[in-house]
Ligand binder design. Sequence first.
Ligand code: AMP
Ligand code: MN
Ligand code: MN
Ligand code: MN
Length: 273
Amino acid sequence: MIHDLHMHSSASDGSLDPAELVDYVREHGVDVMSITDHDTVDAYAALKDVELGGVTLIPGIELSTTWMGRGVHVVGLNIDIETEALQSGIAAQTAARHQRAELIADRLARAGIDHPLEAVAALAGNTAIGRPHFARHLVDTGVVRNVRAAFQKYLGAGKPGDVRMLWAELPEVVEWIRLSGGIAVLAHPAKYGLTWTRLRALLDDFRRAGGAGIEVVCGRQDDATTRRLATLASEFGLAASSGSDFHSPKQHWTRPGGFPPLPSQLEPVWTRW
Ligand code: AMP
Ligand code: MN
Ligand code: MN
Ligand code: MN
């Protein structure tokens, strides 16, 4: 059974709408999937009357948070979307995202880019604005050659468009997930640029806050990283999750289910629901 428990739809920064995503994921042979959009569960409302065609859908979300001034993501799996605490948390994150979009636009304007908020909001459609929408705008207007360069120059860690302090703190987002009956999973632990010592400190705090899982396999990563993350999962007594962090068929380096199985000694997160 292939479990892909980390993916994005057009409700956040993915390119496929929720129903297209379900079809695409099923075509890739995934058995159990979760749509984990950034700070929103809107995809699930869009799927209410959609035939899933045999794939099992686990309600999920990817929440933005800060830890020690750094942006860290927590995936909530098997959540009850209707839970009040989660809904109000999402509302706060949505407000923070709007506020952040204005700050990013201001900072980019000061860096010499024509005030971009209106165009970026149009690109994002009805969904919350994220940095990928700013990146696309910078590419479309010829400021940079590609999305990668947009992050390198303007949006990535330490760059003008990097505004991080608006998100809820780590223990808070873990608590929303727990109160909604879900499992809090630390997303893509190898992608924060932390040393292994710092990553252990993060996992320690995450555990203390009620975090119960860790993505041991996330998208394309080398075997050595997977082995080290497996060791951390065992050391901290965390359940292991796997996901592609799929955003778009155009990103040919990720596809739904396109990753190796979890190391067999670990407890898969899906044994918990
Ligand atoms: P946000 O949620 O607005 O902070 O945007 C974060 C999203 O931007 C991530 O989930 C990725 O989809 C995307 N992203 C982050 N860093 C990069 C990068 N270096 N190149 C391309 N996309 C990125
Ligand atoms: Mn994303
Ligand atoms: Mn993420
Ligand atoms: Mn993601």
